[in-house]
Design a protein around this ligand. Structure first.
Ligand code: IVH
Length: 676
């Protein structure tokens, strides 16, 4: 490989600073300067130059952010200055005590100025920059020795690989928190769930797990951010006089600092800042577990010094915890509007995330198995933001001997219909449909909706009232309502009542497919309802069809067939249908077109040149016989009609063993069906 020309060297430098600049604007300032596509082009140009001229490679090149798949071992790193922890204040009194101690030690009667910083819930890291380049990143470890995680830290976009500006010291150490924003955490966990992998309990664990990856390419895909909260420079003359100013300095070097940060004079303003931040807590895009108060003047910090492992000049005022331990006393199953049967944990009441929680959703049986939840278990409950409380972990060591495993009930707890769980679906459902009180309103709403039986005037409001007053239990009861019944309801006038009765009456003779659709069988939409109606002709035939017969209908696969079967197997649903009949509902029978359409359910492909017919004519005639005409050949193709000079489609049909016919055979067949 040739040596890089001076122009190439210049271009590489130019690309690096442009990419650094845009990275900074995007991840630190949240103010993108160029479209992503342009960034990607520049990035690839740099990648290519670095690949072509390996001698130009550099550890602080933006291309290093993608990580490497080489496994790193995390070498021990001794911190030049120990990484201390913070004392906690759990209430106002403890904070006032802290402030009093500070003033006593400083022999000050005046209010002390503090910097108030959100306490991010992540991991502390120490970053070393030499001549402005990131050379070493380490975890806190035990405070004295941590682990070298430089390769992983380089992948975090808000960590500068090179410091910005002209006043960069030869050697500087910046400390801060690496954390995972809530949205990224949720997305990561749902990806892990989809992949059948273990999820993280909270964003902090997710951040820790991500930083501990042996391959930095994995870390690079994790949504981590970093926020700086302190600076230690070896050349102390470069240090500003206050914590506040040093954070402004760090920001100029290219770090993200927390925008919620503020100054407070005296403990009173600190308490106000605490309240204010607490109010904001749930709306922030990341988790915080408290607020840190730091004496602003650095000379005061020095004078105050440390006790054991915590500074005397700072304290963390904690917020109510978002995770607590409690016991699962029972697991009950709730039935939702759509029939979803959801397990809910009944908990020993526990104060978490600022409220007392006594229920937590367990989502579905997969979740119960994944967490291995038993009744009697001690569990971690998490309530963060305003999301509903969740069980995130079982403490296996605390499982009592009589802990009971959780089984999906066979019968709906509300209506006693069978609970069905279709293979491959996480959600179990009550098959009660029209009958189940939990699903009643939804079932009636669907039945009356425009695309179903279109009962004008029967809106959600009236459905609520009719069901709540027990006037309508199933859709059949609608037909028994009289004007006199309805006018007894508040705000139902004579006219609306008779209009509604008339509208209900008009729905007594639906065409079969609309009626089938109106029943609200899962996955039976309009198109499937139409296919069923024209295939079977009567409701009775649909109700009696076995799975095999159902699958023969175009549009119906095994899952839909399963839903149809279980609907008609339910005694309750049959009773409701009887009641509808008795109430005078007559769904019209449909002409069975399945018999008349000999190619129903088949897929045909036309290829090559036809001489007697155009392609379009041939397609129309095949469709008239019920076939679907497709453009490509697959195993599912029923027959390929090969005209002259047929090419690859014919070859494919032969290869797959699909039936092939020539034009003459097609013409004969069409004649047989009077189509020619
Ligand atoms: S200052 C000597 N500031 O809290 C001061 N820490 O409980 C040491 N933390 O290990 C830390 N946000 O991981 C400081 N604004 C902040 C912080 C913060 C989060 C974490 C940090 C530290 C832990 C101490």
């Amino acid at each position: 490989m040739s040596k890089p020309s001076p122009d190439t060297i210049k271009r590489v430098e130019e690309l690096r600073s442009t990419l650094d600049e845009h990275n900074y604007r995007y991840y630190v300032l949240d103010d993108p300067g160029i479209p992503d596509a342009e960034y990607d082009r520049l990035f690839r140009e740099l990648q290519k130059l670095e690949a072509d001229y390996p001698e130009l490679a550099s550890d602080d090149s933006p291309t290093r952010r993608v990580g490497s798949s080489a496994e790193t071992s995390f070498e021990e790193v001794i911190h030049r200055l120990p990484m201390l922890s913070l004392d906690n204040a759990f209430n106002e009194d403890e904070l006032r005590d802290f402030d009093r101690r500070v003033r006593e030690r400083l022999s000050s009667d005046e209010d002390v100025e503090y910097v108030c910083e959100p306490k991010l819930d992540g991991l502390a890291v120490s970053l070393h920059y030499e001549q402005g380049s990131l050379t070493r990143a380490a975890t806190r470890g035990d405070g004295y020795a941590g682990e070298d995680i430089t390769a992983n830290i380089r992948t975090i976009p808000s960590v500068p690989l090179r410091l910005r500006g002209n006043d960069v010291p030869d050697l500087v150490e910046v400390r801060g928190e690496v954390y995972m924003p809530r949205a990224g955490f949720e997305a990561l966990n749902s990806r892990l769930t989809d992949q059948g992998e273990k999820t993280f309990v909270n964003p902090r664990n997710a951040a820790a797990g991500s930083l501990r990856q042996k391959k930095s390419t994995v870390t690079a895909r994790r949504p981590l951010e970093m926020c700086a909260y302190s600076v230690a420079v070896t050349d102390e003359s470069l240090l500003p006089d206050t914590q506040w100013e040093s954070l402004q300095q760090v920001q100029r070097w290219g770090f993200r600092i927390n925008p919620e940060m503020r100054k407070a004079l005296g403990v009173g303003e600190c308490l106000a800042a605490y309240e204010e931040l607490m109010q904001k807590r749930d709306t922030l895009p990341y988790e915080i577990d408290g607020i840190v108060f730091k004496v602003n003047r650095l000379d005061y910090q020095e004078a105050l010094g440390f006790v054991s492992r915590a500074p005397r000049w700072a304290i963390a005022h904690k917020f109510p915890a978002q995770e607590e331990l409690t016991v699962i006393e029972d697991v009950e199953f709730q039935v939702g509007r759509t029939g979803a049967v959801t397990p809910v944990a009944r908990l020993k009441p526990v104060f978490v995330g600022g409220v007392t929680v006594s229920n937590a959703t367990l989502h579905n049986m997969d979740e119960i198995r994944r967490l291995d939840v038993h009744i009697g278990d001690t569990v971690f409950i998490r309530r963060a933001g305003d999301v509903i409380p969740k069980v995130v972990k079982v403490v296996l060591e605390k499982r009592p001997e009589n802990a009971e495993s959780v089984e999906l009930p066979k019968q709906c707890p509300v209506c006693d219909s069978d609970v069905i769980q279709i293979e491959g679906e996480a959600i179990a459902r009550c098959s009660g449909g029209l009958f189940c009180p939990a699903q009643r309103k939804e079932a009636i709403r669907h039945y009356a909706s425009r695309k179903a039986l279109d009962i004008e005037g029967l809106g959600d409001k009236w459905i609520d009232i009719l069901v709540d007053q027990d006037m309508v239990k199933t859709v059949a009861d609608l037909y028994l309502l009289t004007t006199a019944d309805l006018t007894r309801l508040e705000r139902m006038g004579e006219k609306s009542a008779s209009n509604l009765v008339a509208a209900i009456d008009r729905s007594r003779e639906p065409v079969l497919w609309r009626f089938l659709y109106a029943l609200g069988i899962r996955e039976v939409g309009e198109a499937t309802a139409k296919s069923l109606a024209s295939h079977f002709g009567t409701l009775e035939a649909v109700a009696e069809a076995d799975e095999e017969a159902l699958i023969a209908v175009p549009d119906v696969g095994p899952i839909v067939a399963g839903h149809i079967r279980s609907f008609f197997e339910q005694v309750h649903n049959r009773e409701t249908l009887d009641a509808l009949r008795e109430a005078g509902v007559r769904w019209q029978e449909e002409e069975i077109t399945a018999g008349a359409k000999p190619l129903q359910g088949q897929t045909w492909v036309l290829t090559g040149t036809l001489t007697e017919l155009t392609r379009d004519e041939a397609r129309e005639k095949l469709e008239a016989l019920g076939a679907k005409v497709a453009g490509s050949v697959s195993k599912k193709t029923t027959c390929v009609v090969a005209g002259e000079a047929a090419g690859s489609k014919l070859a494919k049909a032969e290869q797959l063993g699909v039936q092939v016919m020539d034009e003459q055979a097609l013409l004969d067949m069409l004649k047989e069906h009077d189509l020619l």
